[in-house]
Design a protein around this ligand. Structure first.
Ligand code: ADP
Ligand code: MG
Length: 382
């Protein structure tokens, strides 16, 4: 198993297309790292450069302490699982799974003779490994619950089964690292959740280094030991999911993670008698000591306040609490059953999103003037 290191990696497809810029990333041995970002941000390109399917424009890539920047894909000892599975249509599942190993340990009659002549001991070892391929394929098929599919062709499989076969084909090769490019995005929602769990379990069992690309922030949050957020070819932040979620490095990360993302409110940070307050035309929020910016302002200062939708509290129209914070108008409610997305218009701030759990339990919430925006800060009671 192996550590994967990218050092100042750049990829330009042309002068105008910088797909990846100055990427520095260290994936620890046995780590599950998720590379997440919107479509077109450079995730696939990054993965393909690690796999060697794409040349870097500049920078270095090391796998397991070995510089592989100019090593061909087959000699990098990694396996890649694609979104579209990329199975060979004319081969059975068994042959699809065995293919990589047969290439590695097999060869034609002449090349085998040549090997035996050059290095008899090594040749014997390889032939033994070649003989063990069917057994290995069976073992992995058992692990993934696809043994009964071994004699079928890809066209005779469902999407979920194909994905399992693609996974199996990667696992039999026992690579130093696994690369996944949106492997679950062609599956329906229920299967996706199931496979997500299985992948996490598989990672635990194999103890392998895995780099997983997705545009889906739920997959990123649930799968990653750490997540790396990219935008426009540039790495924005790397860290454990909780840290990236609660301490986003910038506005992009703040609004990309979460459903919906963080509300970003522009206003002033004002100090009065040693207390800090955020003020905009519709809001007045006391800022708790641990939420203050690191550089405290002198006098009033323009700031952006980030508030997670789930941290917003609502109060009744008749309650005095709302005066402490501010109020807004409900523009739209989208109910998902258990949770709802409430779009609130704040005076001067445009529409902001708030998630209100257990929407149905709150009577009268949809009257346009019965809504109040409470504090977004957990430390504060409203
Ligand atoms: P993602 O996987 O995050 O959706 P990609 O890595 O596929 O993004 O693409 C990053 C950028 O590089 C995009 O602007 C894309 O259009 C461009 N790009 C990707 N592959 C090529 C290519 N072979 N030739 C030219 N531009 C490319
Ligand atoms: Mg992609």
């Amino acid at each position: 198993m192996a550590k994967v290191v990218l050092n100042q990696v750049d990829k330009r497809f042309s002068d105008s297309i910088a797909a990846v810029s100055e990427l520095n990333l260290e994936v620890a041995d046995r780590e599950f790292l998720v590379l997440v970002g919107p479509s077109g941000c450079g995730k696939t390109t990054t993965l393909r450069m690690i796999a060697g399917l794409e040349e870097v424009s500049s920078g270095q890539i090391a796998i397991g302490g070995r510089d592989v920047t100019h090593v061909s894909p087959k000699d990098r000892d990694i396996a890649m699982v694609f979104q579209n599975y990329a199975l060979y249509p004319h081969m059975t599942v068994r042959r699809n799974m065995a293919f990589g190993l047969r290439l590695r340990y097999g060869g034609n009659f002449v090349s085998r003779l040549w090997r035996r002549w050059r290095d008899a001991e090594n040749a014997a070892k390889r032939e033994e490994q070649y003989r063990q391929i069917p057994e290995k394929v069976d073992q992995v098929a058992d692990t993934l619950g696809i043994r009964k599919l071994l004699d079928r062709y890809p066209r005779e499989l469902s999407g979920g089964e194909r994905q399992r076969v693609a996974l199996g084909r990667a696992i039999v090769r026992e690579p130093a690292a696994f690369l996944f490019d949106e492997p679950l995005s062609n599956l329906d929602a229920k299967l996706r959740v199931e496979m997500r769990r299985e992948l996490k379990e598989l990672h635990r069992r194999l103890g392998a280094t895995m780099i997983y690309v997705t545009h889906d922030q739920v997959e990123a949050m649930t799968l990653g030991d750490r997540i790396a957020v990219m935008d426009k070819g540039v790495l924005q932040q790397v860290g454990p999911p909780g840290e990236v979620y609660h301490k986003p490095a910038n506005r992009f990360v703040a609004s990309f993670l979460g459903t919906p993302g963080m509300n970003l409110l522009e206003g002033e940070l004002v100090e009065e008698n040693g207390r800090f307050q955020f003020r905009s035309s519709g809001l007045q929020l006391d800022i708790a000591a641990n939420q203050r910016p690191q550089q405290e302002p002198s006098g009033a200062r323009q700031v952006v306040l980030g508030v997670r939708p789930e941290d917003i509290l609502f109060a009744e129209a008749s309650s005095a609490d709302w005066l402490a914070a501010g109020h807004g108008q409900v523009e739209l409610i989208e109910s998902l059953g258990d949770v709802g997305f409430v779009h609130i218009r704040l005076p001067g701030d445009g529409v902001n999103d708030a998630v209100l759990p257990r929407l149905t339990a709150k009577a009268g919430i949809d009257s346009a003037d019965g809504m109040f925006l409470g504090s977004g800060l957990k430390e504060q009671t409203v």
